[in-house]
Ligand binder design. Structure first.
Ligand code: HMG
Ligand code: MG
Length: 290
């Protein structure tokens, strides 16, 4: 299979947000630099969220400002509201990501509001991004399962994807937050979302608790999706999703996609260096849930 696939490296954000121990800012910057050197061109660097909610991302400003920006790399920031978007743009973020959920309970636990309220909070984020000329992706968490509500109906995912597109998100990242989606259920979910969202606007964000993330990648590839998230070293998890394991590991995804004929243009030796370092950070910091 030929053609282009984009990888969105989420290790510095999704990977590190869940680590309990302190990880210093220079180490985060070193990881981001190593990922850049490996050739990754979309890197979710940090989250401008409340430090009371996610202490590990409290140094978001120093991280975003500390990255030597390059014209060919998009360093993005996760933001929950206008306050976060303002700060991220001022710090030099080149793309933003907002995060909604297909589960009401998860929305409440993760962002202290209803799904509808979260969408309203994103409206000024999109306006700020538009004024700054930045792209915005919209996550739909719990796209197959919710840690509190169980299985999620595909229609609920489509509803949130539509809302995110209506307010201006250019990319929809459907997220298997818990990493428990089976290939059959991921296929059903994606087919439903694809009924109204073009494949080129969809990204898949798989955590890998169930060990079938690569099979889910194949399902998505077969349906035309060409953007995949992963984390160096397989770090990851969400403090508000107990039981969720790490994200699909970047090295594994790269190996798999290369085997399927995609040329990703990455330096595999340098990627291995970044993955080793990501694992060191993980070992030194004891994940909250694992
Ligand atoms: P809240 O407590 O309801 O909000 O939190 P608030 O407006 O009442 O503000 C409370 C305090 O937070 C105030 O400070 C605000 O200034 C401050 P205080 O006056 O008490 O000193 N605050 C902020 N500080 C920094 N940056 C901000 C910001 N906003 C308010 N942007 C809020 C609501 C949404 C802020 C909070 O719930 C929050 O930050 N949640 C983030 C949770 C989070 O980051 N979860 C992990 C990321 S999502 C994820 O991992 C899933 C994903 O990977 C996809 C998947 O796998 O599913 C993306
Ligand atoms: Mg995630």
């Amino acid at each position: 299979m030929a053609g282009r696939v984009d990888i969105v490296e989420v290790g510095p954000r999704d990977g590190l947000q869940n680590e309990k121990g302190a990880i210093d800012t220079p180490s985060k910057l070193r990881l981001i630099e190593q990922l850049t050197q490996a050739g990754l061109r979309r890197i979710e660097a940090t989250a401008f969220v409340s430090p009371k909610w996610v202490p590990q991302m409290a140094d978001h400003d120093a991280v975003m400002r500390g990255i030597p920006k390059r014209p060919d790399v998009f360093y993005s920031a996760l933001v929950p509201n206008e306050k976060g978007a303002q700060a991220a743009i001022q710090a030099g973020a080149q793309a933003l990501a907002v995060f909604a959920s297909a589960s009401e309970t998860f929305a409440r636990r993760n962002t202290n509001c209803t799904i509808a309220e979260s969408i309203q909070r994103f409206v000024p984020v999109l306006a700020l991004a538009d004024a700054a000329g930045l792209p915005v992706r919209g996550y739909v968490s719990c796209a197959t399962d919710c840690p509190y509500e169980g299985e999620i109906a595909p229609d609920a995912v489509l509803t949130i994807a539509r809302l995110l597109r209506q307010i201006g998100c250019n990319e929809i990242a459907v997220a298997d937050t818990l990493g428990r989606g089976t290939p059959a259920r991921v296929r059903a979910m994606l087919q439903t979302v694809l009924s109204d969202v073009p494949a080129h606007s969809i990204a898949c964000h798989f955590h890998d608790t169930g060990g079938v993330a690569l099979e889910n990648v194949d399902v998505a590839l077969d349906l035309g999706v060409r953007i995949f998230d992963s984390a160096a070293g397989g770090l990851g998890g969400c403090p508000y999703a107990p039981g969720a394991a790490g994200n699909l590991r970047t090295g594994l995804l790269v190996q798999h996609l290369t085997g399927r004929g995609f040329d990703l243009g990455l330096d595999l030796d340098r990627l291995a260096v970044a993955e080793d370092f990501a694992r060191q950070l993980q070992t030194s910091a004891n994940a909250i849930y694992r």
